[in-house]
Design a binder for this molecule. Structure first.
Ligand code: ZN
Length: 314
Protein backbone atom coordinates (compact mmCIF):
# COMPACT_ATOMS: atom_id res chain seq x y z
CA UNK A 1 0.00 0.00 0.00
CA UNK A 2 0.97 3.58 -0.40
CA UNK A 3 3.61 4.82 1.94
CA UNK A 4 4.21 8.40 2.87
CA UNK A 5 7.62 9.57 1.92
CA UNK A 6 9.87 10.68 4.68
CA UNK A 7 12.64 13.24 4.61
CA UNK A 8 16.00 11.59 4.77
CA UNK A 9 17.76 12.62 7.94
CA UNK A 10 21.12 11.32 6.83
CA UNK A 11 21.05 13.38 3.63
CA UNK A 12 20.29 16.44 5.71
CA UNK A 13 23.25 15.85 7.97
CA UNK A 14 25.56 15.27 5.06
CA UNK A 15 24.22 18.35 3.41
CA UNK A 16 24.85 20.62 6.36
CA UNK A 17 28.48 19.48 6.44
CA UNK A 18 28.90 20.18 2.74
CA UNK A 19 27.10 23.50 2.96
CA UNK A 20 29.51 24.47 5.68
CA UNK A 21 32.47 23.44 3.52
CA UNK A 22 31.13 25.32 0.51
CA UNK A 23 30.62 28.53 2.49
CA UNK A 24 34.34 28.75 3.12
CA UNK A 25 34.84 29.25 -0.63
CA UNK A 26 33.60 32.79 -0.32
CA UNK A 27 30.65 34.79 -1.63
CA UNK A 28 28.23 33.48 -4.22
CA UNK A 29 29.09 34.55 -7.72
CA UNK A 30 26.64 35.75 -10.32
CA UNK A 31 27.45 33.24 -13.01
CA UNK A 32 30.26 30.87 -13.77
CA UNK A 33 33.65 31.56 -15.27
CA UNK A 34 32.36 32.20 -18.81
CA UNK A 35 29.76 34.65 -17.55
CA UNK A 36 26.80 32.33 -18.05
CA UNK A 37 24.02 31.82 -15.56
CA UNK A 38 24.67 28.46 -13.99
CA UNK A 39 21.38 26.55 -13.80
CA UNK A 40 21.10 23.14 -12.16
CA UNK A 41 17.92 21.07 -12.57
CA UNK A 42 16.81 17.74 -11.19
CA UNK A 43 15.30 16.19 -14.31
CA UNK A 44 16.29 16.63 -17.95
CA UNK A 45 12.67 17.43 -18.89
CA UNK A 46 13.43 20.81 -17.29
CA UNK A 47 17.09 21.16 -18.28
CA UNK A 48 16.74 20.74 -22.02
CA UNK A 49 13.90 23.25 -22.58
CA UNK A 50 15.60 25.74 -20.24
CA UNK A 51 18.81 25.47 -22.24
CA UNK A 52 16.76 26.56 -25.27
CA UNK A 53 14.91 29.36 -23.49
CA UNK A 54 18.07 30.60 -21.76
CA UNK A 55 20.07 30.37 -24.97
CA UNK A 56 23.66 31.58 -24.85
CA UNK A 57 23.20 33.14 -21.43
CA UNK A 58 22.77 29.94 -19.47
CA UNK A 59 24.76 26.80 -18.76
CA UNK A 60 22.28 24.13 -17.70
CA UNK A 61 22.99 20.82 -16.05
CA UNK A 62 20.52 18.10 -15.07
CA UNK A 63 21.43 16.01 -12.03
CA UNK A 64 19.40 13.01 -13.17
CA UNK A 65 20.39 11.37 -16.41
CA UNK A 66 18.70 8.79 -18.65
CA UNK A 67 17.16 5.83 -16.83
CA UNK A 68 17.20 7.56 -13.46
CA UNK A 69 14.10 7.34 -11.27
CA UNK A 70 13.38 10.72 -9.60
CA UNK A 71 11.02 9.23 -6.99
CA UNK A 72 13.85 7.29 -5.40
CA UNK A 73 16.72 9.63 -6.20
CA UNK A 74 18.92 10.87 -3.39
CA UNK A 75 21.39 13.70 -3.89
CA UNK A 76 25.02 12.54 -4.02
CA UNK A 77 27.91 14.54 -2.61
CA UNK A 78 28.70 15.60 -6.16
CA UNK A 79 25.13 16.82 -6.63
CA UNK A 80 25.28 18.89 -3.48
CA UNK A 81 28.42 20.56 -4.78
CA UNK A 82 26.71 21.31 -8.07
CA UNK A 83 23.65 22.71 -6.30
CA UNK A 84 25.89 24.82 -4.08
CA UNK A 85 27.86 26.10 -7.07
CA UNK A 86 24.81 27.00 -9.14
CA UNK A 87 23.09 30.37 -9.51
CA UNK A 88 19.57 28.98 -9.85
CA UNK A 89 18.08 25.56 -9.10
CA UNK A 90 14.95 24.31 -10.87
CA UNK A 91 13.18 21.15 -9.75
CA UNK A 92 9.74 19.98 -10.77
CA UNK A 93 8.21 19.53 -7.32
CA UNK A 94 4.77 18.21 -6.28
CA UNK A 95 6.80 15.62 -4.38
CA UNK A 96 8.38 14.12 -7.51
CA UNK A 97 11.86 14.45 -6.05
CA UNK A 98 10.64 13.45 -2.60
CA UNK A 99 14.04 12.53 -1.19
CA UNK A 100 15.59 15.89 -2.08
CA UNK A 101 13.21 18.17 -0.19
CA UNK A 102 15.71 18.77 2.58
CA UNK A 103 18.42 19.77 0.12
CA UNK A 104 16.08 22.22 -1.65
CA UNK A 105 15.07 23.86 1.61
CA UNK A 106 18.64 24.37 2.77
CA UNK A 107 20.01 25.60 -0.53
CA UNK A 108 16.91 27.74 -1.06
CA UNK A 109 17.98 29.99 1.78
CA UNK A 110 20.92 31.17 -0.32
CA UNK A 111 19.73 31.28 -3.93
CA UNK A 112 16.62 30.89 -6.07
CA UNK A 113 15.46 27.27 -5.78
CA UNK A 114 12.16 26.84 -7.55
CA UNK A 115 9.75 23.91 -7.82
CA UNK A 116 8.51 24.99 -11.24
CA UNK A 117 5.42 22.77 -11.36
CA UNK A 118 4.18 24.13 -8.08
CA UNK A 119 3.08 27.16 -10.11
CA UNK A 120 0.32 25.08 -11.73
CA UNK A 121 -3.15 25.92 -10.33
CA UNK A 122 -4.30 23.14 -7.99
CA UNK A 123 -7.53 22.55 -9.87
CA UNK A 124 -5.58 21.47 -12.93
CA UNK A 125 -3.69 18.78 -11.05
CA UNK A 126 -4.67 15.12 -10.80
CA UNK A 127 -4.75 13.24 -7.52
CA UNK A 128 -4.97 9.55 -6.74
CA UNK A 129 -7.57 7.85 -4.55
CA UNK A 130 -5.56 8.76 -1.45
CA UNK A 131 -5.40 12.43 -2.39
CA UNK A 132 -1.72 12.38 -3.41
CA UNK A 133 -0.95 14.80 -6.25
CA UNK A 134 0.26 13.25 -9.50
CA UNK A 135 3.66 14.89 -10.16
CA UNK A 136 4.05 13.73 -13.81
CA UNK A 137 2.84 17.05 -15.22
CA UNK A 138 5.29 17.18 -18.15
CA UNK A 139 2.98 14.84 -20.07
CA UNK A 140 0.35 17.57 -20.30
CA UNK A 141 1.97 20.01 -22.70
CA UNK A 142 -0.21 22.92 -21.52
CA UNK A 143 0.74 22.32 -17.90
CA UNK A 144 4.40 21.95 -18.79
CA UNK A 145 4.24 25.34 -20.48
CA UNK A 146 3.01 26.77 -17.16
CA UNK A 147 5.99 25.19 -15.40
CA UNK A 148 8.48 26.45 -18.00
CA UNK A 149 6.87 29.88 -17.82
CA UNK A 150 7.57 29.97 -14.07
CA UNK A 151 11.19 29.01 -14.73
CA UNK A 152 11.50 31.69 -17.42
CA UNK A 153 10.18 34.34 -15.02
CA UNK A 154 12.82 33.30 -12.50
CA UNK A 155 15.55 33.60 -15.15
CA UNK A 156 14.25 37.08 -16.04
CA UNK A 157 14.35 38.10 -12.39
CA UNK A 158 17.92 36.87 -12.13
CA UNK A 159 19.10 38.56 -15.32
CA UNK A 160 16.62 41.30 -16.31
CA UNK A 161 19.04 42.52 -18.97
CA UNK A 162 18.25 39.38 -21.02
CA UNK A 163 14.50 39.32 -20.32
CA UNK A 164 13.49 40.11 -23.92
CA UNK A 165 15.70 37.38 -25.29
CA UNK A 166 14.36 34.82 -22.83
CA UNK A 167 10.81 35.78 -23.76
CA UNK A 168 11.51 35.55 -27.48
CA UNK A 169 13.17 32.14 -27.09
CA UNK A 170 10.28 30.96 -24.97
CA UNK A 171 7.71 32.11 -27.49
CA UNK A 172 9.32 30.26 -30.37
CA UNK A 173 9.79 27.15 -28.23
CA UNK A 174 6.17 27.26 -27.07
CA UNK A 175 5.12 27.41 -30.71
CA UNK A 176 6.87 24.08 -31.23
CA UNK A 177 5.14 22.71 -28.15
CA UNK A 178 1.77 23.79 -29.57
CA UNK A 179 2.57 21.98 -32.82
CA UNK A 180 3.59 18.90 -30.87
CA UNK A 181 0.28 18.95 -29.01
CA UNK A 182 -1.73 19.25 -32.23
CA UNK A 183 0.25 16.44 -33.90
CA UNK A 184 -0.09 14.20 -30.86
CA UNK A 185 -3.85 14.77 -30.72
CA UNK A 186 -4.24 13.91 -34.41
CA UNK A 187 -2.16 10.81 -34.15
CA UNK A 188 -3.63 9.36 -30.96
CA UNK A 189 -7.19 10.05 -32.14
CA UNK A 190 -6.56 7.42 -34.82
CA UNK A 191 -6.59 4.68 -32.16
CA UNK A 192 -10.13 3.28 -31.88
CA UNK A 193 -11.70 4.42 -28.61
CA UNK A 194 -12.13 0.90 -27.27
CA UNK A 195 -8.39 0.29 -27.65
CA UNK A 196 -7.24 3.45 -25.93
CA UNK A 197 -5.90 1.76 -22.83
CA UNK A 198 -2.31 2.41 -21.83
CA UNK A 199 -0.81 -0.17 -19.47
CA UNK A 200 2.54 0.76 -17.95
CA UNK A 201 4.64 -0.21 -14.94
CA UNK A 202 3.91 2.84 -12.82
CA UNK A 203 1.27 5.51 -12.92
CA UNK A 204 3.19 8.19 -14.83
CA UNK A 205 0.73 8.76 -17.68
CA UNK A 206 -2.35 10.15 -15.95
CA UNK A 207 -1.95 13.61 -17.52
CA UNK A 208 -1.13 12.05 -20.87
CA UNK A 209 -4.31 10.00 -20.68
CA UNK A 210 -6.39 13.02 -19.72
CA UNK A 211 -4.98 15.08 -22.60
CA UNK A 212 -5.63 12.44 -25.27
CA UNK A 213 -8.63 10.57 -23.90
CA UNK A 214 -6.72 7.39 -23.10
CA UNK A 215 -7.46 5.21 -20.10
CA UNK A 216 -4.32 4.65 -18.10
CA UNK A 217 -3.49 1.62 -15.98
CA UNK A 218 -0.30 1.75 -13.92
CA UNK A 219 0.68 -1.40 -12.05
CA UNK A 220 2.42 0.64 -9.42
CA UNK A 221 0.99 3.85 -7.99
CA UNK A 222 2.12 7.42 -8.64
CA UNK A 223 5.46 6.77 -7.00
CA UNK A 224 7.79 3.88 -7.68
CA UNK A 225 8.01 3.56 -3.90
CA UNK A 226 4.54 2.02 -3.96
CA UNK A 227 4.38 -1.76 -3.91
CA UNK A 228 2.91 -4.00 -6.61
CA UNK A 229 0.65 -6.81 -5.45
CA UNK A 230 -0.50 -9.96 -7.21
CA UNK A 231 -3.99 -8.42 -7.35
CA UNK A 232 -2.60 -5.43 -9.30
CA UNK A 233 -1.22 -7.80 -11.90
CA UNK A 234 -4.44 -9.88 -11.99
CA UNK A 235 -6.64 -6.79 -12.24
CA UNK A 236 -4.53 -5.52 -15.12
CA UNK A 237 -4.79 -8.83 -16.96
CA UNK A 238 -8.57 -8.69 -16.54
CA UNK A 239 -8.65 -5.23 -18.14
CA UNK A 240 -6.51 -6.44 -21.04
CA UNK A 241 -8.82 -9.44 -21.53
CA UNK A 242 -11.95 -7.32 -21.36
CA UNK A 243 -10.83 -4.74 -23.93
CA UNK A 244 -8.59 -7.09 -25.96
CA UNK A 245 -5.72 -4.66 -25.64
CA UNK A 246 -2.87 -5.69 -27.96
CA UNK A 247 0.12 -4.23 -26.11
CA UNK A 248 1.59 -3.06 -22.83
CA UNK A 249 4.64 -0.86 -22.26
CA UNK A 250 7.82 -0.78 -20.22
CA UNK A 251 9.43 2.44 -19.02
CA UNK A 252 13.07 3.40 -19.44
CA UNK A 253 13.53 4.21 -15.75
CA UNK A 254 11.60 1.27 -14.26
CA UNK A 255 12.32 -2.43 -13.79
CA UNK A 256 10.52 -4.44 -16.50
CA UNK A 257 9.55 -7.48 -14.40
CA UNK A 258 6.00 -6.44 -13.49
CA UNK A 259 5.07 -5.75 -17.12
CA UNK A 260 6.62 -9.04 -18.19
CA UNK A 261 4.52 -10.80 -15.53
CA UNK A 262 1.42 -9.22 -17.05
CA UNK A 263 2.31 -10.43 -20.55
CA UNK A 264 2.99 -13.92 -19.23
CA UNK A 265 -0.21 -14.01 -17.16
CA UNK A 266 -2.33 -12.86 -20.09
CA UNK A 267 -0.69 -15.50 -22.28
CA UNK A 268 -1.71 -18.23 -19.84
CA UNK A 269 -5.29 -17.06 -20.23
CA UNK A 270 -5.02 -17.20 -24.00
CA UNK A 271 -4.56 -13.48 -24.73
CA UNK A 272 -1.55 -12.61 -26.84
CA UNK A 273 -0.35 -9.30 -25.41
CA UNK A 274 2.75 -7.83 -26.98
CA UNK A 275 5.41 -5.64 -25.49
CA UNK A 276 4.50 -2.37 -27.20
CA UNK A 277 7.93 -0.88 -26.62
CA UNK A 278 9.73 1.32 -24.16
CA UNK A 279 8.30 4.64 -23.08
CA UNK A 280 10.13 7.52 -21.47
CA UNK A 281 8.18 8.26 -18.33
CA UNK A 282 10.26 9.96 -15.65
CA UNK A 283 13.56 10.20 -17.53
CA UNK A 284 14.44 11.12 -21.12
CA UNK A 285 16.84 9.47 -23.57
CA UNK A 286 20.58 10.06 -23.91
CA UNK A 287 21.69 13.66 -24.29
CA UNK A 288 22.61 14.34 -27.91
CA UNK A 289 19.92 12.00 -29.28
CA UNK A 290 16.42 13.03 -30.33
CA UNK A 291 14.92 11.21 -27.34
CA UNK A 292 17.21 13.28 -25.14
CA UNK A 293 15.06 16.32 -25.95
CA UNK A 294 11.61 16.99 -24.54
CA UNK A 295 10.07 17.20 -28.02
CA UNK A 296 11.81 14.03 -29.22
CA UNK A 297 11.00 12.08 -26.06
CA UNK A 298 7.35 13.05 -26.35
CA UNK A 299 7.16 12.14 -30.03
CA UNK A 300 8.80 8.80 -29.33
CA UNK A 301 6.12 8.01 -26.75
CA UNK A 302 3.26 9.11 -29.01
CA UNK A 303 4.60 7.10 -31.96
CA UNK A 304 5.28 4.02 -29.84
CA UNK A 305 1.79 4.07 -28.29
CA UNK A 306 0.14 4.81 -31.64
CA UNK A 307 1.86 1.94 -33.41
CA UNK A 308 1.39 -0.64 -30.66
CA UNK A 309 -2.26 0.08 -29.85
CA UNK A 310 -3.15 0.00 -33.52
CA UNK A 311 -1.66 -3.50 -33.44
CA UNK A 312 1.33 -2.61 -35.61
CA UNK A 313 3.93 -3.33 -32.93
CA UNK A 314 6.27 -6.26 -32.88
ZN1 ZN B 1 6.99 8.56 -11.83
Amino acid sequence: MRKLRKGIVLAGLLLSLLVFAACSNGEKDDGNADGKINVVTTIAQIAEPISIIGGDHVAVESLMGPGVDPHLYKATQGDIKKLEGSDIVFYSGLNLEGNMTEAFTRIGSKKPVLGISESIPTEKLLTDEDGAIDPHVWFDIELWKTSLEAATEELKKFAPEYADEFDANKESYFKMLDELLAESKDKLAQIPEGKRVLVTAHDAFGYFGRAYNIEVVGLQGLSTEDEIGITDIDDTINILMEYKIPAVFVESSINQNSIKAVIEGAGKQGLDVKLGGELYSDAMGDAGTEEGTYLGMYKHNVNTIHKALLGEGN
